[in-house]
Write a new protein. Structure first.
Length: 254
């Protein structure tokens, strides 16, 4: 659904119909008598006024143009030397689309895609007319003793006071990871695209040293005191032998 919204934004419009392969995330059942779509995805398309279509199974020629486009992408754009990070790929492919792919004459239409889009643009529904469809999914995590939660192989810091507690997390459409304690958002991090990385904010650990100093310490008598700098009088206890306690239990007054 996020990829669809990215596409609608890129083309600045929404088509009236979209033809789909029979992938399980879209089509849950396809028989001669019934075609059933994923309910949540169908709600998403209905929200934007799109009618889904599913082509016949085992008929690859239906999506020949799509397969050809993927082949062109792999053998042209991805063959060029470039920085292989998600941010760099997104930036470079926009340049490649604007300067190469969309200006190249199509073998079937004999026109570059940029001209075809100009002709079809008036038939697209308006984009940006209504709020984005909510795609947020809540998950639960336990905060580790060192004040981090784990998400997709990466670690994100949480204010130290939540160590050992369970929190709720969600990923926003802006690729921000939000961490909640009930209704309060206690932390927010940009989603890390790489693996085995740590996103840490210094303010999540501010005050942790003073908190440790306030913890109870033991004085030289072995008794717990709120602060070692505070002198608390300790009563002297007479040392007796075990025989004295045995005699006391038997009623011996000596």
């Amino acid at each position: 659904m996020k990829c669809h919204m990215n596409a609608f934004s890129y083309f600045n419009g929404i088509p009236a119909q979209i033809l789909y392969d029979n992938m399980r995330t879209v089509v849950t059942k396809h028989s001669p008598l019934e075609i059933r779509f994923n309910r949540i995805f169908e709600d998403f398309l209905a929200y934007y006024g799109v009618v889904p279509k599913a082509y016949k199974p085992y008929r690859p020629q239906t999506k020949g143009k799509v397969e050809r486009t993927v082949h062109y992408l792999k053998n042209n754009f991805l063959q060029r030397k470039r920085e292989m990070t998600l941010e760099a790929l997104n930036r470079d492919i926009r340049i490649w689309l604007d300067q190469t792919a969309n200006k190249k004459k199509h073998e079937t239409t004999q026109k570059p895609p940029v001209q075809r889009l100009q002709k079809e643009q008036p038939f697209l529904q308006g984009w940006g007319v209504k709020p984005l469809f909510p795609t947020i999914k809540w998950e639960s995590r336990e905060v580790s003793k060192d004040c981090f939660i784990s998400y997709l192989g990466n670690k994100y810091s949480v204010p130290f006071r939540f160590a050992g507690q369970r929190v709720k997390i969600r990923l926003t459409l802006e690729q921000q990871l939000e961490i909640y304690d009930e209704l309060e958002c206690i932390a927010q991090h940009p989603l890390v695209s790489e693996k085995a990385k740590t996103s840490m904010k210094a303010e999540h650990f501010e005050g942790i040293h003073s908190t440790k100093k306030e913890q109870k310490q033991k004085n030289h008598h072995g008794l717990a005191t709120p602060d070692s700098s505070v002198s608390t009088p300790v009563p002297n206890v007479e040392t007796r032998s075990l025989a004295a306690y045995a005699a006391f239990e038997e009623g011996d007054s000596e």
